[in-house]
Design a protein around this ligand. Structure first.
Ligand code: 9WN
Length: 447
């Protein structure tokens, strides 16, 4: 099929070239039923990546986008969790660390026949599924919705039943579950986790073979990541144990916002299937109210994370605190304050010298513009903030962020993340969600 871009600030012929290159990235990263985020750094299927990838794939082939999501749900555990990674059995065990032999998911009751990791990632899949359903046409759309809906409902039930603490918000038990792995917000809770470098006598990081050491998490971070995953694994991925005993337990605004947003998407799918949507609408309202009650910081001007172990609100201003804008039910004074924070000195959204939404506070001494989630602009979080601005009627600023997204790719290619001031690319190349979101933004949700 021929994709045509909407006219915009990057010249039309350049946009068409970018679209062709983006399609090529997604085709190259497709491995038969799903798309790897990167053939080198991430050679398996990742959970929230698949959702962003499906949003772009739907413009190439709606059927392929449906397959991307359904193959992920095929690896759902009996308890409802959709794993962060679904391992491709054709890829060597040590191609990615930690591989299947470290996670040992097959030892767990109720695990599907394919090897996976044992943790989860932000639940943005229902939003992708709801976007794809109408593109498939009446009959195929209905069949896809009928298959996807129960998996999505089970995932949200898992979060509600197994992953909430007092107050009803979801908790995450590993920085990888947040999707913003080494965010400075996790510095305080991670300080309580021993960084045992002796683990590197047994385990070898693979990521630094594919991306610059200065662009990835530190060895201290990795020692803690490994310890946390081994302890959860050695307790059979038991959520009663993890909520009571794990050393890292946090409430994250992006995860909870996407959970609430996914309930609204489920309401949409339920209506298409002729079912009652009221439980989904009520659940979205409940989560939104709990977030405003428990995670809103008037002083910081955005949502912040909470460390369950110390009971502290974590003061860092990260992009995770702006993403709740996707929720239509926020009080107007919260939206107003979020807008002021986004456009003020902390993120400088819309300013000519800053590209997209930086992942971390530009004014904080810990801001590192090239290191992973400690400063660079990522396209998925920029896209989410843009959709949030749109929800609250700030179309012009949303459009500006979409333009930034296209401009970053035009300047630096399909990189994993970008320096927020220079726009230079960092991390891996030919990164799938960068390609998919470029397609989604350029072709447009309504095309
Ligand atoms: C661990 C795949 C994933 C993304 C995450 C991103 C990065 C993995 C890693 O890559 O994390 O999940 O090995 O660093 O932080 O958001 O889903 O693209």
């Amino acid at each position: 099929m021929v994709l045509t871009a909407k006219p915009d600030t990057v010249a039309r012929d350049k946009q068409d070239l970018l679209l062709r290159e983006a399609v090529r990235v997604l085709l190259q990263n497709w491995h038969g039923h799903a798309t790897v985020p990167s053939r080198t750094l991430y050679p398996h299927q990742w959970s929230w990546d698949s959702a962003f990838i499906a949003l772009g794939l739907q413009h190439i082939s709606a059927a392929r986008a449906a397959t991307e999501l359904l193959s992920l749900f095929g690896a759902q555990w009996a308890d409802g969790r959709v794993p962060q990674i679904v391992f491709n059995p054709a890829v060597p065990d040590d191609a990615y660390f930690p591989g299947p032999s470290v996670w040992r998911s097959s030892a767990v009751d109720g695990h599907p026949p394919i090897a996976t990791s044992g943790i989860i990632q932000p639940p943005v899949h229902a939003v992708a599924a709801a976007s794809i359903v109408p593109r498939l046409g009446e009959e195929r759309g209905r069949r896809f919705a009928e298959r996807a809906y129960p998996s999505l409902v089970d995932l949200n039930a898992y979060i509600r039943q197994r992953r909430t603490v007092d107050g009803g918000l979801a908790v995450l038990v590993h920085p990888w579950e947040t999707g913003l792995d080494n965010s400075p917000a996790w510095d305080h809770p991670l300080a309580a986790v021993p960084a045992d470098h002796a683990l590197f006598e047994t385990y070898t990081r693979r990521d630094v073979a594919h991306a610059g050491v200065g662009e990835r998490p530190t060895n201290d971070d990795y020692a803690r990541y490994i310890r946390l995953m081994l302890r959860y694994r050695d307790h059979g991925y038991d959520d009663d144990w993890v909520r009571a005993e794990a050393e890292f337990v946090v409430v994250d605004p992006t995860f909870n916002a996407l959970w609430a947003w996914s309930e609204l998407a489920l309401a949409d799918i339920a209506r298409r299937l002729g079912r009652d949507d009221s439980a989904h609408v009520a659940e979205a309202a409940r989560i939104t109210a709990a977030m405003v009650d428990q995670l809103w910081s008037e002083e910081r001007g955005l949502f912040v994370a909470r460390d369950v172990r110390s009971g502290r609100l974590l003061p860092e201003r990260t992009v995770a605190g702006l993403i709740p804008l996707v929720l239509p039910g926020l009080p107007s004074e919260v939206v107003k304050a979020l807008l002021a924070t986004a456009t003020g000195e902390v993120f400088r959204v819309g300013a000519p010298e800053v590209h997209g939404v930086p992942s971390f506070d530009l004014t904080d001494v810990r801001h590192e513009p090239r290191r992973y989630w400690r400063g660079p602009t990522w396209l998925n979080t920029t896209w989410l903030v843009a959709r949030g601005l749109e929800v609250h009627g700030h179309q012009e600023l949303a459009h500006r962020l979409d333009d930034d997204l296209v401009g970053l790719v035009a300047k630096s290619g399909f990189r994993e993340y970008f320096h927020p001031r220079t726009g230079r690319g960092h991390g891996t190349r030919s990164f799938s969600w960068s390609a998919a979101l470029l397609i989604h933004v350029l072709v447009g949700a309504e095309a």
